[in-house]
Design a protein around this ligand. Structure first.
Ligand code: NAP
Length: 260
């Protein structure tokens, strides 16, 4: 049985993950966290499981912490997880390059599954986009990435769109920041062949749509994933937690977890 902690358990993802974990016999939920100034600290989440302000306060040490919060909160959790020897599943998005390097450093001490999208379908999309990019390289195809999310999402573009763009850039042998174009406005001139366009929309309750377009003169190929429920990410996070808890220190992705 995996002793589990869930960060940000009042959030959309945290509450779903913690509630699903309570229904699974493979997990013992030993505590959940919220912001240190939250009114919920010390109160009960459900079935005797308490809200804590940090991992250091837990009465029982968890094996794994699942973290879907904010970059700042995740970085604090990483420090505590390193000190306590707790494995991590990080679903939070919006990290800077410098912050991603901190996660990489921490993975020398504890095992970390880090993925901007925990759904099986999106991870298959990651694979396919790499293959299609290689097949169409130097054949005159423009690559553009569109994403739509709900009105409450804080970061843009989505972590999944950024990862898709990184995969395209890696497979074209380019550095993403040299070729990324985040939206367009005004007299921007003709599209450069190397550009990777990344465009974000925010509306209503959209759980997460991503399309990668490969367009040339006379045709375009569109690869689309649509998430219709957050449960797909939550179940992926729980699968990752079960997988990571007895692994050696290292930085893992859902490719490792799902063996794809
Ligand atoms: P959300 O509803 O805003 O939830 C985040 C929660 O974390 C909130 O309850 C927030 O509290 C709490 N929090 C903030 N600082 C904290 C701290 N220091 N300690 C503990 N809790 C803290 O957001 P969400 O929709 O669940 O998304 C969370 C993150 O997961 C985002 O980065 C999102 O992009 C990402 N995400 C990833 C995947 C994936 O598959 N990898 C899927 C969906 C979402 P307050 O509201 O009081 O600030």
């Amino acid at each position: 049985m995996v002793k589990l902690a869930v960060a940000g358990a009042k959030g959309r993802m945290g509450s779903l993950i913690a509630n699903l974990a309570l229904q699974e016999s493979d997990f013992k939920l030993v505590g959940v966290t919220e912001k240190p100034d939250s009114e919920f600290i010390g109160s009960e989440f459900s079935r005797g499981v308490k809200f804590y302000s940090s991992l250091r306060e837990f009465e029982e040490r968890p094996d794994v912490l699942i973290d879907f919060t904010t970059p700042n909160a995740t970085l604090k959790n990483i420090e505590d997880a390193k000190t306590l020897g707790v494995s991590l599943v990080i679903g939070t998005t919006g990290f800077s390059e410098e912050e991603k390097r901190i996660i990489e450093e921490a993975s020398k001490v504890i095992p970390i599954v880090f993925s901007p999208n925990m759904s099986l379908g999106v991870n298959i999309l990651f694979k396919i986009v790499g293959e299609v990019t290689r097949a169409l390289k130097d054949k005159g195809y423009d690559v553009e990435i569109f994403e739509i999310h709900h009105r409450f999402k804080k970061d843009a573009p989505s972590g999944t769109a950024v990862r898709l763009a990184e995969i395209v850039a890696e497979n074209l042998g380019k550095n993403l920041e040299d070729v990324a174009v985040y939206g367009r406005k005004g007299l921007v001139g003709e599209r450069k062949p190397d550009e990777i366009g990344i465009l974000s929309s925010r509306m209503g309750d959209v759980v997460g749509d991503h399309t990668v377009f490969f367009g040339t003169l006379g045709e375009r190929l569109e690869l689309t994933h649509r998430a219709t429920s957050r449960e797909t990410f939550a179940r992926g996070a729980l699968i990752a937690a079960k997988w990571v808890f007895d692994k050696k220190p290292g930085l893992y992705t859902m490719f490792d977890v799902l063996e794809i």
